[in-house]
Design a protein around this ligand. Structure first.
Ligand code: NDP
Ligand code: PMR
Length: 369
């Protein structure tokens, strides 16, 4: 974890709960008025001190006794129990890691992948050109840079009648060369708004659906990044992730009246991305602490390796895009191909062997939660 950021934020999360000085939405107007309006209280749970109220008012998380969908343990002609296909949502599955993961899972024949993408046609084309068979995927529209779109996606998904067994929050934008902040439909700085806030709302809403799953293993996985971990060499390359005391977030993250950066500093697109990844990782830690026991859902974040060839770097200068892959391949040796990273994430989605999980967790993909 980003040591500095993590200690500050996890301090804030738990401090607020213990009633020591700390920020909470209720007593410090953490998001400011306009933000609060825009979110219609969905994010009140970001102030983790509001847990009970939030659950009652906004997203009641109903813990159900074990559901019994007949699909899970269908008796085969031989009398053996067979598992139904798992159902997994992957955000940003139209390229890079998300697409490679969708492909790896679809190829097993054991998963139906819901590709949650902002560009429907691009996603359809990507699925086709990757050779994913039609019966193994569905594209559904999701623009994480709009909270209305997130809510609409959840409604549409529910109407589809599919169960939800695993949610993979993968989509992200990286805007390292932007000199001014750009914004989501709700007015948040684009990278934190998309990578963290959009996924936060999506996860919070879909927790209820995950909780209903009768699949043997239900999971919520967020893609983090080593560059948010300031206890690593990569995480010490400036600008470093640092959430400070969250004053920019408290002020609305809009760059108009207050800062567009979580820590209240001046805008820096690369830092905003790294901050968003710290938030992703912390969200999983906090979800685990709050919901794992009561729901049985496994919460995880992972760093997939440096996939230096993906579209994530599309906004970077051409020289960077030219030199970054060989630098990662031959100097840091942190490079992984899109295929390999997709296989890694697919393993995190589907392995059920606890010992293998623990090994992966600590050694292979450097999972941080
Ligand atoms: P890509 O740019 O290839 O993939 C990002 C995906 O996110 C694209 O499908 C993109 O859609 C989608 N996306 C962007 N904005 C939105 C939005 N508003 N709503 C819905 N989808 C959106 O990059 P990667 O595959 O590299 O990134 C995948 C994940 O891996 C990210 O979380 C990234 O932070 C993480 N990661 C990547 C590393 C790397 O070295 N590449 C290293 C560590 C972590 P579209 O196709 O329409 O642009
Ligand atoms: Mg970094 C072990 C060393 C290591 C690893 C694993 C990465 C991964 N990087 C390492 C080291 C260095 N990088 C060093 C020594 C430098 C200075 C020359 C360096 C620079 C650098 C830049 C300018 N690295 C970068 C950038 C980016 O713009 C990328 C970034 O921060 O995106 C947010 C990046 C990355 N280096 C990585 C990884 C995985 C990235 C992409 C991070 C991501 O996509 O989340």
């Amino acid at each position: 974890m980003a040591v500095q950021a993590a200690s500050l934020v996890s301090g804030y999360f738990s401090v607020a709960k213990e009633g020591k000085p700390g920020m909470s939405l209720r007593n410090t107007t953490m998001f400011g008025l306009s933000l609060e309006d825009a979110l219609k209280a969905d994010f009140s749970s970001l102030s983790f001190s509001c847990k009970r109220e939030f659950q009652k008012k906004v997203c009641p998380l109903r813990v159900q006794s074990v559901a019994t969908t007949p699909g899970v343990t269908k008796a085969s002609p031989e009398g053996k129990k067979t598992l139904r296909k798992g159902s997994v949502i992957i955000t940003g599955a139209s390229s890079g890691l998300g697409l490679a993961t969708a492909k790896a899972l679809a190829e097993t024949g054991k998963w139906h992948v819901i590709m949650a993408c902002r560009d429907f046609l691009k996603a359809e084309r990507a699925a086709k050109s990757s050779g994913i068979s039609k019966e193994n995927y569905t594209v559904m529209h999701l623009d994480l840079a709009s909270l209305d779109s997130v809510r609409q996606f959840v409604d549409n998904f529910r109407q589809s009648g599919r169960p939800l067994d695993v949610l993979v929050c993968n989509a992200a934008v990286y805007l390292p060369t932007a000199s001014e902040p750009t914004h989501t439909a709700d007015g948040f700085e684009l990278s934190v708004g998309t990578n963290h806030l959009g996924h936060f709302l999506l996860s919070r809403l879909l927790l209820e659906d995950l909780n209903k799953s009768d699949y043997p293993s239900k999971r919520l996985i967020i893609v983090g990044s080593i560059t948010g971990n300031t206890n690593t060499l990569a995480g010490n390359v400036p600008p470093k992730a640092n959430l400070g005391d969250l004053r920019g977030l408290a002020g609305g993250l809009n760059g108009l009246n207050t800062s567009a950066m979580i820590d209240g500093g001046s805008f820096d697109g690369a830092k905003a991305y790294k901050d968003s990844k710290v938030c992703n990782m912390l969200t999983m830690q906090e979800f685990h602490r709050r919901y794992h026991e009561e729901t049985g859902i496994t919460f995880a974040s992972l760093y997939p390796g440096c996939i230096a060839t993906t579209g994530l770097f599309r906004e970077h200068i051409p020289l960077f895009r030219l030199l970054f892959p060989p630098f990662q391949k031959f100097i840091t040796k942190g490079f992984v191909s899109e295929d390999e990273s997709g296989k890694r994430l697919a393993q995190v989605v589907e392995i059920t062997n606890k010992r293998l999980w623990r090994w992966l967790y600590t050694k292979k993909v450097g999972m941080s939660v």
